[in-house]
Ligand binder design. Sequence first.
Ligand code: ATP
Ligand code: SF4
Ligand code: MG
Length: 339
Amino acid sequence: MSNQTDAQQTPLLQVHDLRVEFSTSQGIATAINGVDLSVSAGQSLGILGESGSGKSVTARTIMGLLDTPPARVVGGQILLEGEDLLSLPSKVRRSLNGPRMAMVFQDALSALNPVHPVGRQIGELFRVHRGYSRAAAKRAAIELMDRVKIPAASSRVNDYPHQFSGGMRQRIVIAMALALDPQLLIADEPTTALDVTVQAQILALLKEQQVERNMGLVLITHDISVVREVTDHVAVMYAGRVVEQGPTAQVLSAPRHPYTRGLAESVASEELKGSRLPAIPGSPPDLLNLPMGCSFANRCWLATEECNGRVPTLTELGESRATACFHHEEVQPYAAHSR
Ligand SMILES: Nc1ncnc2c1ncn2[C@@H]1O[C@H](COP(=O)(O)OP(=O)(O)OP(=O)(O)O)[C@@H](O)[C@H]1O
Ligand code: SF4
Ligand SMILES: [Mg+2]
């Protein structure tokens, strides 16, 4: 097999059995308890899960931002094109942020420096990483602002962050993340702070850039409709683990984990009532004191003795699907239940 074929077959990002703990005054909180993920070039992966399920901790660990106390990576691998990022010295690891991988956060305002014009902040990346002159960096910044559809970019390049709307600021943050052509972009709830129309525009921009650049995109959200519209694959997280992963349309219409099934159903019924928030009865386990068996057992209508005795691991089902449930064959397709 040629090297080229090998490279094509190696996923862009693979996360294996990742474990992250936090020291707290009450004890050790197991925030990430064996996460497995895979993203290929040109693929968009949604990470879906309730608040506290570990989406942001996973993302920040992948980006190398959680390598100091109280956080501790206690196990696993994060492979970028097969290279284990956790084994790299932190300086080398951080040098990958920008050129190889980049992240967009929810709050655009805090990601921008209020005292510098936006064009200078974008241009700085070209100056530092590519050695551009001041004039060339400014031209590159305008071009990038144009690509993320900021109207009249050349006349706005010297404006300050506060002179832009929330949606335009998020476009600037996305421009900065894309500046050095990363292979992987992680967006953590990039539209939560924006109104619905602007949300749709920002998501469309992310999707367009991902396709155009053949980039891997990880889109974190707790909004199932965003996952449905933007991503081709989805990973569902619960209590620090991925409990189901696969092609988005299949996972959402024919879930193979009761938690995914519950999410899909609750969102549909809540939509009917005019609210987006999922409501599965019960609450997630205490991360300071995780159960011995399946973390979802106390909320699961299919739970048996076996579920309380040991943790179900994420198991391949074929057709790029995987689930972490002993009784996945008993999970009913969502469409069959909907009225
Ligand atoms: N610095 C910290 N110290 C202690 N616990 C933390 C810390 N950061 C995160 N955690 C815990 O890790 C768990 C996972 O948090 P995370 O932020 O990843 O959740 P999330 O899925 O992103 O939720 P949300 O949808 O609310 O953003 C939570 O229980 C959280 O309280
Ligand atoms: S392993 Fe058991 S408790 Fe866990 S989700 Fe599956 S059926 Fe429910
Ligand atoms: Mg989060």
